[in-house]
Design a protein around this ligand. Structure first.
Ligand code: F6R
Length: 586
């Protein structure tokens, strides 16, 4: 939530760097944006705009020091005033902030009583005034920053620019922030991919740490205020992976990348898969946790481990796991699933589990992320940067890993690989036949509701599919266990209501077919995804038999449906309204 970017160095094009950085971070929030640039005379040029960045041009200001922000509103509506950067009363403290200052109301009251005038409704602005207030009695900026860090409660990342001093500080507690070291200076961002066009050498600030940057120096202070040597790492991917290439939208690009990513997993994952299988076998109780799409991957894991590995593996939504930790011990294994590695609900769940001594095996897509750093062991999805807000390739990569781990536990890894390869071929085929999916989308695009039904392994796939459709197209889509239909959902089915039916030829086939008949009898329009056509379907999409890996192509169909529905309705599938990609607030 919210993207922040900063540059300090010798290059006079900070304005362009920051605008491009914000465009790259816009998936984190796109309610409003703004940039502050320090000019040669020590004054600051600030520009702020409600709405998305779109085709905006970089401010025509030569500067080698600046900060920018793209906002996902928490405190205060979407307006120019509430857009970042924010300043104190004097304009000598300029900042961008990601997170929530939990004690902002109290701080604001105290500062108002001391005469500070607030220009916005945000929690962020109080930080600027707090720094200003401290500066009245001290010019020791290091000390002021220490006090500021100790005073603001919550999970926050802040860049505070002092234009007159030509430097800035970073405070980090909770929200992610990464510093890139390049030949022309330092680049700071909420996400390493925004820095990639400039450098691959990055340092991920730890919670509690702060940094002081001038044009030619970087000082990192640990949580106790002691100077420390930052351990820079080299990012394992290239800038072009984070660009749209020839695609109109990241979402379609990322859907299309899935065969390549899954093939790499099929070819290279065995060592990590067997490490994970051993951890699960040795653990006394395993929990898969995640939020949103990752929670559906966690649920899918429970089904996959039960069916393939004959092993009970629990799952929980990240935000609910906090209420399930009482019985965890140091023999428990927690597997957080997260594309970003920064989802606060998942991180909090992991923190609770760590307090109980549980072992953490993180499955994430982001090297250096908070979950990556908190885990005892890691599996990296290696799906490349995922920029569209709706998660696609990270989901199928998670499922592929869980699927292979289940097979490894069962001693049938080779079998798992051949089914995964069948699924990859099926996805390639689907990507070649997108016209059929577009035609169905055209038929159903004006419907109010879409239901997706599946049993067994296809049930979590139905939940994920519904999320994919609803979040980008704003059509109400709901996934159900097909058996639940007659327990209530059927009341919503009327003439023409589209029902997407996942009906692989497994143990669920006949019962799922019954659901098709029940829906048809009420006028529903059944779109069967199956190995063979059947009279119970009004429309049919052929999905080759990939055994238990059939869920992968099934979900890809729903990803494409969501995408084309969004396009048909004129929405931007990469930036659904009200959402942001990394959910770093509770
Ligand atoms: C939906 C979606 C979200 C995320 C969720 C968790 O398409 O992207 O539901 O899956 O916010 O994010 P990560 O995986 O980064 O923890």
């Amino acid at each position: 939530m919210c993207g922040i970017f900063g540059y300090i160095g010798t290059n006079q094009h900070a304005s362009t760097f920051i605008l491009e950085g914000l465009k790259s971070l816009e998936y984190r929030g796109y309610d409003s944006w703004g940039i502050a640039l320090q000019k040669d005379d020590g004054t600051v040029h600030i520009t702020k705009h409600p709405g998305k960045i779109g085709d905006a041009k970089a401010p025509n200001v030569l500067s080698s020091l600046g900060i920018g922000h793209t906002r996902w509103a928490t405190h205060g509506g979407i307006s120019t005033e509430n857009a970042h950067p924010h300043t104190d009363c004097t304009g000598e403290v300029v900042l961008v902030h990601n997170g929530i200052v939990e004690n902002f109301a109290l701080l604001k009251k105290e500062l108002s009583l001391k005469g500070h005038l607030f220009k916005s409704e945000t929690d962020s602005e109080v930080i600027a005034h707090f720094v200003e207030e401290m500066s009245k009695t001290s010019d020791d900026l290091d000390e002021i920053m220490k006090q500021t860090k100790q005073t603001i409660d919550g999970m926050n990342a802040v860049i505070i620019l002092f234009p007159k001093k030509q430097l800035f500080y970073i405070i980090k507690n909770g929200s992610p922030i990464v510093i890139g070291k390049a030949s022309d200076g330092y680049y700071i961002a909420s996400d390493a991919t925004a820095i990639l066009p400039h450098t691959k050498e990055v340092y991920f600030l730890e919670d509690g740490e702060s940094a002081k940057l001038t044009r030619d120096s970087l000082i990192i202070l640990d949580a106790y205020g002691k100077e420390k040597e930052p351990a820079f790492i080299s990012l394992p991917y290239d800038a072009q992976l984070a660009s749209k290439g020839n695609y109109d939208y990241f979402m379609l690009k990322e859907i299309a990348e899935q065969p390549t990513i899954l093939r790499a997993i099929s070819q290279n994952a065995h060592a990590e898969v067997s490490k994970a299988a051993k951890l699960i076998k040795d653990a006394f109780g395993t929990y898969l946790i995640g939020c949103g799409t990752a929670s559906y991957a966690a649920l899918a894991g429970t089904y996959l481990f039960s069916k393939i590995a004959k092993r009970h593996v629990n799952n929980s939504i990240g935000s609910e796991f906090t209420y399930l930790v009482d019985f965890l011990t140091n023999k428990s294994l927690i597997i957080p699933l997260s594309q970003s590695g920064e989802t606060i609900d998942t991180i909090s769940a992991v923190d609770h589990a760590r307090e109980k001594g549980a072992h953490i095996l993180a499955i994430t897509n982001s090297i250096g992320s908070t979950l990556y750093r908190k885990a005892n062991d890691n599996i990296l999805l290696n799906a490349g940067p995922e920029k569209a807000v709706a998660s696609t390739k990270a989901y199928t990569a998670k499922i592929a890993y869980l699927y292979l781990i289940a097979h490894e536990i069962n001693g049938t890894y080779k079998n798992g690989i051949s089914n995964l390869n069948l699924a990859i071929d099926a996805i390639v085929q689907l990507l070649h036949e997108q016209d059929a999916i577009r035609k169905i989308v055209d038929d159903i695009k004006n419907q109010k509701h879409i239901f997706i039904l599946g049993r067994g392994l296809s049930y979590p796939a139905a939940l994920e599919s519904a999320l994919k459709i609803k979040e980008v197209s704003y059509v109400h889509a709901e996934g159900f266990a097909a058996g639940e239909l007659k327990h209530g959902v059927l009341a919503l089915v009327e003439k023409g209501t589209p029902i997407i039916l996942f009906n692989p030829h497994d143990e669920t086939y006949e019962d799922t077919l019954s659901a098709a008949y029940e829906v048809r009898a009420r006028g529903g329009y059944v779109i069967g995804l199956a190995h063979d056509n059947h009279e119970a379907y009004d429309e049919y999409i052929h999905i080759p038999d990939c055994q238990d890996a059939t869920v992968l192509p099934n979900v890809v169909v729903a990803q494409l449906m969501g995408y084309y529905l969004a396009i048909a309705k004129g929405f931007d599938p990469d930036k659904p309204r009200n959402l942001a990609k990394s959910v770093v607030v509770k």
